[in-house]
Design a protein around this ligand. Sequence first.
Ligand SMILES: [Zn+2]
Length: 1015
Amino acid sequence: LWFPPFPGGRARARHPGKPGCKRSRPAIMAALKHRRTALERVEKFLSEIYFTDCNLRGRLFGDRCPPVSLSFFQTPRRIPYDEAVGQEFRPAKVGDSFGPTWETCWFKVELSIPQAWAGREVHFVWESDGEGMVWRDGQPVQGLTKEGEKTSYILTSSLKESEPHSLTLYVELACNGLFGAGKGSMIAPPDPDRRFTLSKAELVIFNRDVYELLVDLEILLDMAQLLGEENQRSFQALYTANQMVNMCDVTDPSTFPAARDLAAAIFSQRNGESQHTIHAVGHCHIDSAWLWPYEETIRKCARSWVTVVRLMERNPELTFACSQAQQFEWVRTWYPGLYTQIQEFVAKEQFIPVGGTWVEMDGNLPSGESMVRQFLQGQLFFQEQFGRICSEFWLPDTFGYSAQLPQLMRGCGIRRFLTQKLSWNLVNTFPHHTFFWEGIDGSRVLTHFPPGDSYGMHGRVEEMLKTVKNNKDKGRVNHSALLFGFGDGGGGPTQKMLDRMKRMSDTDGLPRVQISTPDRLFSVLEKESSQLCTWVGELFLELHNGTYTTQAQIKKGNRECERILHDVEVLSTLAMARGGMFQYPASQLQQLWRLLLLNQFHDVLPGSCIQLVVEDALQYYTEIRRVGARLQEEAVQSLCRELLQPKAGSTKSTLVLNTLPWERTEVISRTGPAGTETLESVSVLSPQEDGSIRESVPDGCYANQFALFDDVPLYWDAWDVMDYHLETRKPVTMLLKPLEITLAGGLRGSVSFSLQIGKSSTLTQEIILDATCPYLRFLTQVEWKEAHKFLKVEFPVQVRSTNATYEIQFGHLQRPTHWNTSWDWARFEVWAHKWLDLSEHGFGVALLNDCKYGASAHGNILSLSLLRAPKSPDATADIAHHQFTYAVMPHLGSFQDAGVIQCAYNMNFPLHAVPASSAQCPAWSAFSVSSPAVVLETVKQDRTHQPEAVVVRLYEAHGSTVVAWLQTSLPVKEAMLCDLLERPAAQGRLPLEQRGMRLSFTPFRVLTVLLVLRR
Ligand SMILES: [Zn+2]
């Protein structure tokens, strides 16, 4: 008899030699110190490549049986099941290939399970390099993606006589892989002609006992290899595995239980009380569009989530955190049967909606109001569909996080935040994994980065050890998250991941692992939070800084559509509030907002997607512009009906609408008879500086200097601009058409010129100065045909300051103009919204823009990033005609007092000039705010769509503590403060006083007020 040297002893005792057991080993075991050969021996016993004729892996599957028949039909469209099965199917066979890329093949598979397989576990195995979905009886039942380690649909775990032995399945095969169809590398543009091969389609017997033993041995081998020679658990694991190989006769399954007992004994040796606890949560990061179009994502969601549902049926402990309301909405619309099953698992708290947003959006570029709507649309959806809002913000894969997010989260019922993307920092290692994150207004949220630095873990020993070792908050918190499941292109968890972690739940030498939920994790972290550190300000990602500029048309679409929806909401609300028959277009606006929010997804707005996605995104912006224009027209018609109706004898006039909350004086152009344009100054002149602003540009420097840089990153082409690009600067000096005066003065003066950029691109610019306007506008047109070049425009200014100011969502922040420390120089390319400013005491220069986001300020040079030309994943990125405007605004005093913020709004929200009939339009104002520090950003109908309720949102923009009076000419009956989800605050009632409603602000505070109108 053989007695194992350690825990196996106990296990062995429970298994006296079974009768009929073929194993008979020598009584005395040779004892050698053979760590290396033992390690490799176990490896070979598990190998998929070597010795499969005699090793354990080779026994995973038993008998096989081909389908009775296999036929297919192919379509370029993504069609529903009912339409697909009605088509004519032609014969197909294993080994055939299908395509090209983005087509869909539907296979009809007729199967007959051999009678002799009674009592066996039977799988339908399907292997292809395309992504598959199995349909049975009209319902999706299993996603099959080889790259996601899913190639089996389990027909039965033990075949019974009574079960049907003959069945018909359909497999919907998408001609794309988990990561699209990049030609040569993952992020290369898709190969349009790729073929996808069906390499396996058959019934097999699955040997569950072999599988379990394989998982045991795999973990022991990992422990042996990864715990290292200084750790005795490494040796214990190794020699247990070695003994197991000794004991197993792969041809005789009766030898397996004893081997399994040996493994169980070592896995059940417990940890001490101090051991770290890992909260494992199933997850499947699905990019809403990236290397595949939106439409494919709908199918990716279905394939991934149906697989999760199958796993949950077999593993009632499995939890799965799932973000992005949009994806739930897709599955609800296109896969109602699956959605019902998901709802059941949501009720069981296994399928866990998280994040609270419409999509996992870009964390930098969406406006403040867009960010609010991400949460509003998301949380309302989760509330309506699942009866509760999310309590954590979930954004693991976004390229940096605005310093305004903590306040927005708090305003949307969220105090917890999970991400991991800062682990991608190229320069500095972020110092925390669990910490408080404090935004520009002082709001704080508990933030956790899973220390394994991934959202797509596989439940392996290596990841558990990394999670503990890497954790930067050891001694402060003893719990952390581990998100497991294939991600990015979907896929999600597998049975094997779960089975690995079951074995590691509490094993000496490894951290404890429990299948958990985000709520359980954060609840523990909240209890442990007393010693946590605080990070103040933005979570800046030191990578992917090209995404502020790439795909300029998407950026422009975003900025423009944000403005359109703002204006439609303001005008529709006023039309509604003034009574009459006007119906607020609530459902159309919701639809348009959802399109805009979808395009803010973290691979679309950043421009890191393939050409197909860009086309879809631009199409959505076109739709928003088209419907938005109609809605605006309807609102204006209703709001100004009398003024617009032609009256006998009246002269032609112009009605000017201002959707911003302050008085404006601007030059507008009016189209007269026969298409002639005339200029006119409108509104009341507010006093300006006398024009004797001091010199803004230092001697010998040129403002409005274009510069071209080589732009070749290390890998992530559309994403990254590297620090070394700054060393390749070439000023653009080749004049194509010299400066000429186009308007000589009066209300407007302008000049124009053209430049040659690089080899084949051209730029034409009109520089405009309007009377009364404190900034100089640069209307720019570029014919852009470059490759791997970066175009910027620079303004060296006569200002000395160590910090520049950048507008962000509902506020601004400062970043250094020097490169002192690694944290400073890592921010050589940053983002801003409508303006950035460099000021010293009493004077400064601001740079405004109407659709740009990339910027920098180094020393005394302000730069605006204009165009890039990456080639992956979209080879055609930005090769187009571009039109954009920026402006330079020198100012006395601070940028706050000089009105930079208001000017940037003015440039982005042009006055609307509408032809009117009456010569004298009476001035009418709906809202005014007493303090220039406070911006009234949003006016809309409230979320419950009651015609008598209006929501207005204001924020403090100067960074000051201030009391402001909000006055309105609308018939307000009642006013109350509410949160960003428009839920009235406790004691939030606002008295209606003579001067209006009194609102107190601290720096960058966002306030939302619900106004109930008298009808
Ligand atoms: Zn992603």
